[in-house]
Write a protein that binds this ligand. Structure first.
Ligand code: 9J3
Ligand code: ZN
Length: 289
């Protein structure tokens, strides 16, 4: 029997309704493809290096257009698909050594990471943002690991003026999947142009980039995207410059959730960790996500 147009539409509607009830996909992630890399996570696993074997390669300043010397850390696996990318900038007067602990940490969890020196250690935050984007372009188009990185799933991090630079990078390039400013510093306090999912990590005892003048107004004045603000308890401006458990845990989870769309990591982000606690003075978030 020929179906009328109306009955065909009704059948499709029924099929969709049945399909959706069976799948039970979380509504916020329904349209996202997940790029799961590595085993099911535990909280303590996020505080250590992950399960991927990794290696690193240094890149001379003479080979890096638009930024300084760099180090690329990457999982050696070629059978796990491509990996998301992360570019990380140090802060004012710093070199990449200030944030180098994040290279092995993130690569071993399944990301291709480039830590950079800036052209000059005195470069301002917006310049650091431009340099982070140049580093991602180098990583995905020119570097020896370009075929290991998914150029559609990129992110930025940075310390202090590098953290301000990560906000500037996300403002310039809205296609970025995640930004993680660490003890960020910037003279611009308003970031309505940034809808990239952004995790800001502040330090309660930071006297160089006091959270009341930097991290907190940045968080409050971000755009419409998902965001979180973690204020580390008993911490200073440089706490995130060496291996730090809550920074590691939340950063890995944030990148997994928003660069890989891996909802196995949502549990570490939502509901937000309890605060105030010995770990966080404050933790704000736009859950659920
Ligand atoms: O570590 C930093 O990037 C601190 C920023 C800063 O000291 O700004 C003063 C102009
Ligand atoms: Zn602004």
């Amino acid at each position: 029997m020929l179906k009328t147009r109306k009955s065909v539409v009704a059948s499709i509607g029924t099929a969709l309704a049945v399909g959706m009830s069976v799948l039970a996909v979380p509504t916020t992630a329904a349209a996202e493809t997940e790029y799961r890399r590595g085993p099911d996570p535990t909280a303590s696993a996020l505080e250590r290096n992950g399960s991927f074997a990794y290696t690193s390669t240094t890149v001379a300043d003479s080979a890096t257009p638009g930024f300084g010397a760099a180090t690329i850390y990457y999982p050696t696996s070629t059978t796990s698909g491509t990996f998301g990318g992360v570019a990380i900038s140090p802060g004012f007067t710093e070199t990449q050594s200030a944030i180098s602990w994040l290279g092995p940490r993130l690569a071993s969890h399944g990301f291709v990471v480039i830590t950079i020196n800036t052209n000059s250690t005195g470069d301002q935050p917006d310049s650091r943002g431009t340099q982070l984007l140049a580093a991602l372009d180098y990583l995905t188009k020119t570097s020896s690991v370009r075929n290991r990185v998914d150029a559609t799933r990129l992110s930025v991090m940075g310390h202090s003026m590098g953290g301000g630079g990560s906000l500037a990078a996300a403002k310039t390039r809205p296609s970025l999947q995640a930004a993680i400013p660490l003890a960020p510093w910037h003279s611009d306090k308003t970031w309505p142009e940034v809808s990239t999912p952004t995790l800001i990590i502040g330090a309660d005892g930071d006297t160089i980039a006091p959270v009341a003048d930097h991290a907190e107004p940045f968080y409050t004045n971000l755009g419409a995207g998902q965001k979180a603000y973690a204020e580390l308890n008993g911490a200073s401006h440089n706490t995130t410059n060496s291996a730090n458990a809550p920074t590691s845990r939340q950063s890995v989870a944030w990148l997994k959730r928003f660069v890989d769309n891996d909802t196995r990591y949502t549990q570490f982000l939502c509901p937000p960790p309890p605060a105030p606690s010995t770990t966080y003075d404050e933790y704000r978030a736009t859950c659920p996500y």
